[in-house]
Design a protein around this ligand. Structure first.
Ligand code: ADP
Length: 178
């Protein structure tokens, strides 16, 4: 676990399962239908129960790079922020901008709902195939830039699902803050 302070916010990196987080919101890496998927999204729907899918059905999907918010159902987190990262092709199809937008829009919802804490998975780096090194750089740069200009969120936590992802995020963060 790494903790650093950016402006008024504690930025944390930890290895773990995002469904168990006690932050006010957890972010899901969803697909644009918002009607359930595998990976982290499947795990969140299983852990949070059917109320999340019921709420998602009313939203009519979510374009890539945007974010939507629903109840957290039975999760410890009160809200789930559903964001849709890009599918990685070759890095030349706007993937970096879309991935950055997914993080920015998720943070904007966190602020809009006056939430104190939010946990992110590593969006797009599972089924959507984004190279972990590049995704970590975009995720961390985007979050840091947001926190440098917004002081309302107390904690932003990245919850990485395995040791390798955790190491890559840690090394990327260290390089960025040096
Ligand atoms: P995407 O379709 O955006 O690539 P995935 O769910 O396939 O989304 O993967 C995104 C990341 O979430 C991957 O790095 C994967 O290892 C991770 N992940 C899967 N399950 C969990 C979980 N329960 N908690 C945190 N991260 C998870």
């Amino acid at each position: 676990m790494i903790k650093i302070t950016i402006n008024k916010t504690v930025l944390e990196l930890t290895e773990g399962n995002i469904t168990e987080q006690e932050t006010d919101a957890i972010v899901s890496a969803a697909n644009s239908s918002l009607l359930g998927g595998g990976g982290v999204d499947g795990a969140i729907h299983r852990a949070g129960g059917p109320a999340i899918l019921e709420a998602c059905k009313k939203l009519g999907g979510c374009p890539t790079g945007e974010a939507r918010i629903t109840t957290g159902g039975n999760l410890k987190a009160k809200y789930v922020i559903h964001t849709v990262g890009p599918v990685y092709h070759d890095g030349k199809r706007n993937e970096p901008e879309l991935l950055a937008k997914a993080y920015k829009n998720s943070l904007a919802l966190t602020s809009q709902y006056k939430l104190r804490s939010v946990a992110f998975p590593s969006v797009s780096t599972g089924a959507y195939g984004y190279p972990l090194n590049e995704a970590a750089m975009i995720a961390l740069k985007t979050v840091i830039a947001y926190l440098e200009t917004h002081t309302d969120i107390q904690v932003v936590r990245f919850v990485l699902f395995n040791f390798k992802a955790c190491q890559i995020y840690e090394n990327t963060l260290k390089a960025l803050i040096q």
